[in-house]
Write a protein that binds this ligand. Sequence first.
Ligand code: BES
Ligand code: MN
Ligand code: ZN
Length: 485
Amino acid sequence: MKIQTKTTPAFTTFADAVVFFLHAEQKTSALGAAFRGLNAEEFAGKSGQLCVVHTQGRLAAPRALLAGLGPRKESTPPKLRRAVIAATRRLREIGVRRAAFDAGDAERAGIIAEAVVAAHYDFDDFKPSKAPPKTKLTGVTIHVSPGEARAAAAAVQRGRVLGETVNWTKSIANLPGNVMYPAELARRAVALSRESRGRLHCRVLDKRALERGGFGGILAVGSGSAREPRLIVLEYRGGPRSANAKPFALVGKAITFDSGGICIKPGDKMEEMKWDKCGGCAVLGILRAAALLRLPVNLIGIIAAAENMPGAASYRPGDIVTTRNGNTIEVINTDAEGRVILADALACACEHKPRAIVDFATLTGACVVALGHNIAGLMGNDATLHKRIQRASEATGEPVWELPLVDEFRDMVRSDAATVKNSAGRYGGTLTGAAFLQAFVEEGVPWAHLDIAGPAWASDAKPYQEKGATAFGVRLMIELLGRGM
Ligand code: BES
Ligand code: MN
Ligand code: ZN
């Protein structure tokens, strides 16, 4: 897809369709004669509303698509993004190939570029090739006012990288467990580093290396599966080279399939547990985008990958395993496996003396009960880091909500026989999960935990989000890191 910015008015562009975004207060008549006949039932600028108009020679483009943004004072960049995705999907449905977007300023141009690219994601890897492929836009012009030309070109470039990275992340996260397993995920990370022309460095620890390194948590969780576990370490050095330029660490849970292990889950909806790797996939995506955008930061991405299966060699309830930092875990429930692999990954992150750690994990069903399907739980030990995450979250429209990680939850995960136990029952399940993780974060290291069990994937399609992986966290973290650490 070719994306250009232009400073000519969108009205005059010879595309198959031209897209205008309107607030509820804006009258279609302000757009000119072509829209004068529209009444409020047809188009009132409501959020999510779309209206196709045949321009009958009154505009250069034969069709116009009006997209509503809702009341002006409630309009935000994330709302524009959703409108662009819904609009682009409509254009694809009606067979448009060349489209023009009326953006106005550079910020909007960047959002439009990102969202147009993101609206082209389809998970059709396994559809027989006989099925007709959905139309894709081949040419996109984004129209901005003359003073915005330079800033818009840069914003569009950034938006394009973000959109492509969101799609790349989804394309890995949506793959099923038989295709995407720990070694395969590691292979993708290595491929990513190869394609980065030296900007990303990847190190993979296989089962033997994990044994030598004392990663008892990852090994325990992976032991029931024929697919051996991996620890993936991806490094990006875009910031200062000095020895004390501490990296920002990103840690991800990548359970390529979570059957629950010996404490096996019920069969209903178990297929959704192929998305239990979304935290790890988000970390890969963040490193990819950071490298392509040449962000001036040092990053280290640590992805713990395992498949949680029942088998003759499975770890079992009652087992006590020794982790990378010497802490021991009493296994109460083999289905609380995410925290067991993250224990090793967080300890490993601390060895890199990071300036901060953010982890992404589809950790608890309790978080979905508490916050629903769209909001991630935010817990941690550093108010400043939380503020930064909250600000980035508002900017990108990936919602987070802070939950109270108070000391009593650390007491709840204490074990009689080991340092910690991996389950403390149902109540406060998201917080005991976070309190468990905290035992593996060195004192004094700012750390935030995002429980993305709700927003990591969509069980049903919406106009602005197809069914499946959402790449939650990728745009949020790039927004945060782009503001300089
Ligand atoms: N991956 C699941 C959490 C999950 C469940 C995410 C449903 C999204 C939807 C995690 O590994 C898990 O099974 N957690 C258990 C923990 C419990 C055994 C302490 C849970 O939430 O039930
Ligand atoms: Mn589980
Ligand atoms: Zn899990």
